[in-house]
Design a protein around this ligand. Structure first.
Ligand code: NCD
Length: 306
C-alpha cells in the first residue's frame, strides 16, 4: 500500500510547509477557489468526541473544495461492535474514501488509523496529545497580527497538561522561533515542560505586561476525571482567570486568544469578550480557510503561489 501524507501533529510539517500553509490560507481568504480542488476525493469525518467548531469548519472546508462528504456517527460504527480500527480503515479505503478526519479521546488513535487507511488521515484532536489544525489556525491568527513570530512572547495559560491544543501550539511556536511562557499551577503545569525557549511561570500577574499574545484554555475536566480536586475552582480563578483588572495590565497591542469552547466565569470574564484585543472570532474564521489549505495540501501537494 502506498503511504500517503497524513497530519497527526505539527511536527509532521517542516517550517517551510507551515509557511506554505499560511500563504495558501491567505490566498483562499482573499479569493475563494473553484469548487473542484477535492472533486472525486471523498472525505469521511468521524468524531468520537463532541465537537462544534472543528467538525463544522472541516465540513465547510470540504464542501467549499467540492468534496463528497460523509459524517459518520461513531456510536453507529462497527468499531463499537468490536471491529478493529484497522479493519474499519480498510473498509473505508475500499469504498474509495480519500480523506479521513478523526477525533478520539485516545491519544494515538489517528496514527493507528493512518497506518491502515489508504488515504490521508487528519487528526482533529486525540486525547491530550495533539490538535494540529487548531494550532495552525492559532499560529496563522498571530502571524496576521505580528508578521513574523520570531521572538514574539506568547503565554499559554491554565490547564496545559490536559490540552492537546497547547501541546500542538508548543511544537508550532518553537518551530517558528517564538518565546513561549507557560502559566499555570503545578497540577496543570509540571516543571518538566520547561526547556530551551519554554519558560514556566506560576504568577500570571507577573507576565501580563510583557506578552504579545495570551492563549487561554478551558479546564478539561473530562480528561482528569480519575484525579479530582487537582486545584479548587476558587484557587484557579484567583490565580489564573483573565479578569477586568488583569486586562488593564496588558499592552495595548497584545491579543487574547482561546480555542473554544470557553467557560465564562472560569478562565475568563465577560469583559474579555468585549476587549479590543480579543481574537476568538478571527481564530474561528481562519479555521475554515486553514482547513481548506490543509486538505488541499495533503491531497494535491504544494502549488505555486503568486
Ligand atoms: C479544543 C479541543 O477539542 O481540543 N477545542 C477545539 O477543538 N477548538 C479545546 C477544548 O476542548 O477545550
Amino acid at each position: 500500500m502506498r503511504a500517503r501524507r497524513s497530519l497527526i501533529d505539527l511536527d509532521d510539517l517542516n517550517r517551510s510547509e507551515i509557511e506554505y500553509l499560511f500563504n495558501r490560507t491567505q490566498q483562499f481568504e482573499q479569493k475563494m477557489p473553484k469548487r473542484g480542488l477535492l472533486a472525486d476525493k471523498p472525505c469521511v469525518n468521524m468524531f468520537f468526541e463532541q465537537s462544534t467548531r472543528t467538525l463544522a469548519s472541516f465540513t465547510l472546508a470540504q464542501q467549499r473544495l467540492g468534496a463528497d462528504i460523509i459524517t459518520l456517527d461513531p456510536t453507529e460504527t462497527g468499531i463499537v461492535k468490536g471491529e478493529r480500527v484497522e479493519d474499519a480503515a480498510i473498509t473505508l479505503s475500499a469504498m474509495g474514501f480519500c480523506v479521513m478526519v478523526v477525533r478520539h479521546r485516545e491519544a494515538g488513535f489517528p496514527r493507528q488509523l493512518s497506518m491502515a487507511f489508504d488515504g490521508h488521515v487528519i487528526n482533529a484532536g486525540d486525547g491530550t496529545h495533539a490538535h494540529p489544525t487548531q494550532a495552525l489556525l492559532d499560529l496563522y491568527t498571530m502571524r496576521e497580527e505580528f508578521g513574523e513570530l520570531k521572538s514574539r512572547k506568547v503565554a499559554i495559560v491554565g490547564d496545559i497538561l490536559h490540552s492537546r491544543v497547547a501541546h500542538s501550539n508548543i511544537h508550532g511556536l518553537k518551530n517558528l522561533g517564538a518565546e513561549i511562557i507557560l502559566v499555570g499551577p503545578e497540577s496543570f503545569l509540571p516543571e518538566s515542560y520547561a526547556s530551551g525557549n519554554v519558560r514556566i511561570e506560576r504568577d500570571f500577574d507577573k507576565i501580563l505586561a510583557e506578552v504579545d499574545a495570551i492563549m487561554l484554555l478551558r479546564i478539561q475536566r473530562e480528561r482528569f476525571a480519575a484525579t479530582p480536586n487537582l486545584i479548587s475552582d476558587e484557587e484557579f480563578i484567583r490565580g489564573y482567570r483573565l479578569d477586568a483588572n488583569r486586562l488593564t495590565k496588558l499592552r495595548d497591542d497584545a491579543i487574547v486568544m482561546h480555542p473554544g469552547p470557553y467557560n465564562r466565569g472560569m478562565e475568563l470574564v465577560d469583559e474579555v469578550l468585549a476587549h479590543a484585543g480579543w481574537r476568538y472570532a478571527n481564530q474561528v474564521r481562519h479555521g475554515v480557510f486553514m482547513r481548506m489549505a490543509v486538505l488541499d495540501f495533503l491531497v494535491n501537494g504544494q502549488k505555486k503561489i503568486a
